[in-house]
Design a protein around this ligand. Structure first.
Ligand code: M6R
Length: 366
């Protein structure tokens, strides 16, 4: 059942070229320049006329929501907020007609997310569910939806569900933008092409497995890790840190790289591994300065960079090259080595990576 892999987590990491493809299939037609989102059709007008969008989710799904915030604001010029479902629900939020809630959940059964959308629905909001489990509670409660097609995810640490969420949320953003007329035909076609190429590029990134394993061996005894990224890669840093915490029980924090100087830089010394997601995008130059700040304090820099990068490698202690992609879809690729890093550190420490202590696959209590 693990298909020849030692753990479900590794199997699921390696399934990603296929699961992303499955999540795009039947929707994206890059050749003909079309995008069909069947589950959004009935509510197309309401959705594209939303006066704001609130994304509610927990854990890894919340990280996918953060990426979607950047995507949707850029593509659709609709204000987007991303909320932890548990916080959103309990603070008596201002929400009602004209608001669209996007609920992101692999299981579709997470109690915090479910309760949050129930109350928003009562107040007149329209709910768009992005779930992986067909017929799940959140999917059933939603007015409209776009399923991820990642297949069953067994490993407690979410991997393939996350990349499927990113792909589907990008499709949702593109659909809304096309309906609203906020995207040029050229940019629309370009992003369809970029998405179309993602499964292949993820397959290339998976070839880094052996290299990442060596890096894991080098840093597995560290007490703390810092993960940094900016823009679209900021949530990737959060996700990398969460994976490491869950699987290896090493304390890790994710931060937007520019926030370093407002506090966390005090933690940097020659014992601290700092994973920096620094692919070529509009934030690149800024991230290079952030790397210099860390090196000046003797931190160990593990950099995820774009193939062909010649600036960062001489500055970093370890370099991981990933295929180039438009910054909007780049997180789908840059998260792959971070999933592998957490996996290998967990395994090298002799831990049960598929069932980490204290965690349940779906959290059905509030
Ligand atoms: O099923 P959901 O996507 O609603 O689950 C949300 C979180 O419980 C989940 O992402 C959790 O954080 C994972 N263990 C992360 O790997």
């Amino acid at each position: 059942e693990k298909g020849g892999y030692d753990h479900f987590m590794l199997k699921e990491i390696f399934e990603q070229p296929q699961t992303i493809f499955d999540s795009l299939r039947g929707r994206l037609d890059a050749k003909n320049g079309t995008l069909t989102m069947g589950g959004m059709r009935e509510y197309a007008d309401v959705l594209s006329n939303a006066k704001r969008i609130i994304i509610v989710a927990c854990g890894t799904s919340w990280h996918a929501g953060l990426v979607a915030e950047y995507m949707i604001e850029e593509l659709c010029r609709i204000p987007v907020e991303v909320e932890y479902a548990s916080e959103f629900r309990y603070r008596n939020p201002v929400v009602g007609e004209g608001d669209v809630i996007i609920a992101v959940s692999q299981s579709g059964e997470t109690a915090d997310t479910l309760v949050a959308i129930e109350s928003a629905k009562e107040k007149g909001a329209i709910i768009l569910g992005v779930c992986n489990v067909v017929g799940s509670s959140i999917a059933r409660l939603s007015h409209a939806g776009a399923y991820t097609h990642a297949g069953p995810e067994i490993g407690v640490a979410s991997t393939k569900a996350f990349t499927a969420q990113l792909a589907v949320l990008c499709l949702v953003g593109l659909k809304l933008a096309a309906d609203k007329g906020t995207i040029t035909p050229q940019r629309f076609q370009h992003l369809l092409d970029e998405l179309d190429q993602i499964p292949e590029k993820v397959a290339v990134a998976l070839k880094l497995d052996d290299q990442v394993k060596q890096i894991a061996d080098k840093y597995k005894d560290a007490r703390d890790f810092l993960y940094l990224g900016r823009g679209y890669n900021f949530p990737v840093a959060l996700e990398g840190a969460l994976k490491l915490k869950e699987i290896s029980y090493i304390h890790a924090e994710g931060y937007p790289a520019a926030e370093m100087k407002h506090g966390p830089i005090a933690l940097v010394d020659d014992q601290l591994p700092v994973v920096i997601v620094a692919t070529k995008d509009s934030y690149y130059e800024k991230v290079v300065s952030n790397i210099q700040e860390i090196k000046a304090r003797k931190g160990k820099v593990i950099a995820v960079v774009t193939e062909g990068d010649q600036t960062i490698p001489p500055m970093a202690d370890d370099v991981i090259f990933v295929p180039a992609a438009d910054e909007m879809v780049a997180p789908i690729i840059s998260v792959i080595p971070l999933q592998l890093l957490a996996y290998h550190i967990g395994v090298l420490k002799g831990l049960d990576v598929d069932k980490p202590r204290n965690l349940a696959k779906s959290v059905t209590v509030e």
